[in-house]
Ligand binder design. Structure first.
Ligand SMILES: C[S@@+](CC[C@H](N)C(=O)[O-])C[C@H]1O[C@@H](n2cnc3c(N)ncnc32)[C@H](O)[C@@H]1O
Length: 390
């Protein structure tokens, strides 16, 4: 298929090891779902809305209602000293990686509920995770972050994107989310997951995303959502009330964050003791066995491994930030793929990062295969879970 190594050179600086090392099997202890603290919902709402700038959006929401917080112009605080749980100390200067130009269209269609898919749904497959120590060097091995302008992609994204089957229901149960709970989705985008969770539980729901157009689309859901602009790595700038959230989660967001630890530390402070942090992302296994992308466009594997944080590194960062009970669960469904349109139209961002020749060859091969009959495709995410200790 004419696979080439060019994207790899674009994605990595010499000297950085691949993000996804071979899986290191071990197991962390797991805790059963905790009951939510019975804090009054009104009080939570007041705490979550620290000033007049933060407004709740109800559909149809006017863009002017969005909090006019700085997005790209916000001062980066990445050079400030990092804080370890229970101790303060400055770390060595952080290495920098070049950003890819904004040539990537991150528009993934999640064929979550096409007819016939429900019977194939497999949920909550438990995968043991790595042991308790954090490799010190992981500070310096962040994934190569792609820079995308999601303002340009919001309409298409809203049209194609669906929640991962079973993820929202699982999170509600695992974190004990009820109508008295407060939840935050970081990088909520068009808020498919957050709106679904809010409707399911009645929880007080805050969505944060850097791109106002994504939040505008999020505001069209039939759900009570509070929406704010902001970035995960600048979570401190959101001035979230301490120990207030029962659940903080992100879906397909963390690979845009150079230093997940900075986000995890802020999330730790904002979570109630016992609260859950969930980071749903692609694991190495998911990337390597994605059907049909990995088979028909093999260079996407290197591209995705290059920009995604390894699950073990995320777990190490979580421990470093003070979280316990780290574990991962894979949510998986399959569906019958009948035509190649979404691949031909590069609805998967990694397809923008492979050589043209490989892309054309892959589309032709996939189209030819589909002419013989449907293919069984998969749709998976790995939820990395941890708790703030009681
Ligand atoms: C692939 S989309 C996922 C959106 C949503 N979580 C979902 O599952 O539909 C990635 C989202 O992450 C957001 N994002 C990108 N960089 C971010 C950052 N540094 N902090 C927080 N969110 C970010 C994008 O704006 C986009 O909405």
């Amino acid at each position: 298929m004419g696979a080439a190594a060019a994207p790899r050179r674009r994605l990595r600086r010499p000297g950085l090891r691949p993000r996804h090392a071979a899986a290191r099997p071990a197991a962390d202890a797991r805790h059963p779902p905790r009951r939510p603290a019975g804090q009054a919902r009104g009080a939570l709402r007041r705490r979550l809305r620290p000033g007049p700038a933060a407004r709740r959006l109800r559909p149809p929401a006017a863009p002017a209602l969005l909090r006019p917080a700085a997005v790209d112009g916000a001062p980066a605080d990445r050079d400030r000293p990092r804080r370890r749980a229970g101790a303060h100390r400055a770390l060595p200067p952080l290495h920098r990686r070049g950003l890819l130009a904004g040539r990537v269209a991150e528009v993934r269609e999640h064929p979550a509920h096409p007819p016939g898919v429900d019977g194939d749904l497999r949920l909550h497959r438990l995968v043991p995770v790595a042991g308790p120590h954090r490799p010190r060097a992981a500070h310096h091995q962040g994934a190569c972050v792609t820079a995308l302008d999601y303002n340009q992609l919001a309409a298409e994204y809203a049209r194609h994107r669906r929640p991962y089957p079973g993820l929202v229901e699982f999170l509600a149960e695992f974190a004990g989310v009820t109508g008295d709970s407060a939840v935050l989705e970081m990088g909520c985008g068009t808020a498919n997951h957050l709106a679904s969770l809010q409707r399911l539980t009645g929880a007080c729901a805050l969505g944060v995303d850097p791109f106002p157009e994504m939040l505008k689309a999020a505001g069209t859901h039939e759900a009570e959502l509070e929406l704010r602009t902001g970035r995960a790595e600048e979570i401190a700038a959101l001035d979230l009330p301490e120990a207030s959230f029962d659940l903080i989660f992100s879906v397909d967001m963390i690979h845009y964050v150079r230093e997940p630890g900075r986000y995890f530390e802020g999330a730790f402070r904002a979570l109630k003791p016992g609260g859950v942090l969930c980071t749903a992302t692609d694991s190495e296994e998911i990337i390597r066995t994605r059907v049909p992308v990995a088979q028909y466009f093999p260079s996407t594997v290197e591209v995705e491994l290059g920009r995604h944080h390894a699950i073990d590194d995320l777990l190490a960062e979580l421990r470093f930030a003070g979280f316990t009970d780290g574990q991962q669960r894979v949510f998986e469904s399959t569906y019958e793929l009948t035509d190649a349109t979404k691949y031909r139209e590069k609805a998967f961002s990694s397809l923008h990062l492979i050589p043209d020749e490989e892309f054309e060859t892959g589309v032709a091969a996939l189209t030819a295969e589909l002419a013989k009959g449907p293919l069984k495709a998969n749709n998976r995410t790995c939820a990395v879970l941890a708790r703030r200790p009681e």
